[in-house]
Design a protein around this ligand. Structure first.
Ligand code: AMP
Length: 444
């Protein structure tokens, strides 16, 4: 199959040729014809599948072929993203695909001054990429009208809900014209996402390019059990032993990121960190330097790392397991992209056994454990498997017990306790999706 056979116009084909895209990925092969035909879409596509081009290419084509010129302070298509980094990245891709088209594109997000964004919107833009909060601010300040909107894309919708954007989404929903095309992309499909899709989409076509909630199989994954206090030492040991060149490392908290970066820099290792406390410009600089291989180790929290697309990233290390099991899929999706193979190593201590179990259940696999000589943990990590079973180490009974314990546990999402509580404030608890009471959408 070729991009031309999907019915894409010549200026798009030329851009794809420049980018070296030869064959459509499965999500592109399914999404492109459906979007061109005007359908709403509900796509279960994890990161690295080529989903951005899957929605952006047909969207650009429709905007080129149909509809009036963009009016002042208006947008014809809106792509909503959960984070600034993803918004920037999606915008870069859209601009690349649109390089031979007479369309304007722009990205708006919080954490930077709103005035230049308001100025830029004066003439209107064909495609606006936005994070929800800043979009609402611009709308309320009359810098943006949405009555000309033809298409709405919700990118990484699961993540938007995880980050607590459900109220913002409900507000945005009320600002939108009823007649529009809506495309929803999500790595995972929780009940809340299905509810949101039921409210936002009109007779959507469902696309699922990999089994639901199963991590990319191009990524070789394993776990190294270790005592919590020895994780930094193990990381440095594995790094030297494996001669790691470019590694993206995930830590659970902002403090965890800073502590690891300090430790590595203290050892003369070229490391930098990104998390929500750092200004956007600093985060972008660290990311750019990592991409340019000027920084060897980039340590990040889940929020800050969202949407990072680094070509051929060979290795992701989970210094801590994520607080939400779905984040494991997002994290390892940073490697093994677009058909390349990658590795994901998780350093797991006994405290994290419930998280490990939930990840194995979600990804429907038992992760291979590799004990590292001299780092065998004193606090054993209990056995786990994809059924969600945590096999507690049998204890020698000191006195007869009156109540039972252990056994089979049903672990889906968990709430971590004690020091594992998230300190990344942008991770808000998942809120319920508000019920939109604007009535059913009119048929197109
Ligand atoms: P995404 O899942 O949209 O984040 O895309 C993951 C990566 O795959 C990006 O670096 C894209 O540039 C790349 N990509 C997307 N589609 C193709 C394709 N058809 N051929 C080669 N690379 C692609």
């Amino acid at each position: 199959m070729t991009f031309a056979s999907l019915g894409l116009i010549e200026p798009l084909l030329r851009a794809l040729e420049t980018l070296g895209y030869q064959t459509p990925t499965p999500v592109q092969a399914q999404a492109i014809p459906a979007v061109l035909a005007g359908r709403d879409l509900m796509a279960a596509a994890q990161t690295g599948t080529g989903k951005t081009a899957g929605f952006a290419l047909p969207l650009l084509q429709l905007l080129t072929m149909e509809g009036p010129k963009v009016a002042a302070n208006s947008a014809r298509a809106l792509i909503l993203c959960p984070t600034r980094e993803l918004a920037e990245q999606v915008h870069t891709s859209v601009a690349e695909y649109a390089q031979h088209l007479p369309l304007t594109t722009y990205a708006v997000y919080g954490g930077v001054s709103i005035n230049p964004q308001m100025m830029k919107l004066r003439k209107g833009v064909d495609i606006l990429v936005a994070t929800p909060g800043r979009l609402i601010d611009l709308f309320r300040q009359n810098a943006l009208k949405l009555n000309q909107l033809q298409t709405l894309v919700l990118d990484e919708a699961d993540r938007m809900l995880d980050l607590g954007f459900s109220e913002e989404l409900a507000n945005i929903y009320r600002m939108l014209p009823k007649k529009r095309q809506t495309l929803l992309f999500s790595a995972t499909f929780s009940d809340d996402i299905r509810l949101l899709a039921g409210q936002m989409l009109n007779d959507p076509l469902s696309i699922e390019v990999s089994p639901r909630n199963v991590a990319a199989n191009t990524v070789k994954q394993w776990v190294v059990p270790v005592d919590k206090k020895r994780k930094p030492e193990l990381f440095v040991h594995l790094m030297r032993k494996g001669r790691w060149k470019q590694v993206l490392v995930f830590a659970k908290t902002r403090n965890g990121v800073d502590a690891l970066v300090d430790k590595l820099q203290g050892l003369g290792i070229n490391a930098d960190g990104i998390h929500g406390d750092k200004p956007q410009a600093t985060r972008q600089r660290a990311l750019d330097r990592f991409k340019a291989s000027e920084v060897q180790i980039l340590v990040a929290t889940d929020v800050a790392a969202r949407g990072l697309d680094i070509e051929d990233l060979p290795l992701v290390v989970n210094f801590d397991l994520p607080i939400v099991a779905e984040d494991y899929i997002h994290r390892i999706g940073r490697t093994g992209r677009a058909g390349n193979t990658g590795e994901a190593i998780s350093l797991v201590c006994a405290d994290e056994v419930n998280m490990l179990s939930a990840i194995e259940m979600l990804t429907r696999q038992t992760l291979t454990r590799k004990m590292e000589p001299d780092f065998e943990p004193e606090h054993r990590v209990p056995d786990t498997d994809a059924s969600g079973q945590v096999v507690k180490k049998p204890k020698k009974p000191k006195k007869p017990k009156t109540s039972g314990g252990g056994g089979k546990r049903n672990l889906g999402k968990w709430v971590d306790s004690g020091d594992a509580a998230p300190t990344e404030p942008s991770i808000k608890p998942v809120r319920k999706v508000p019920v939109f009471n604007t009535g059913p959408r009119k048929k197109k």
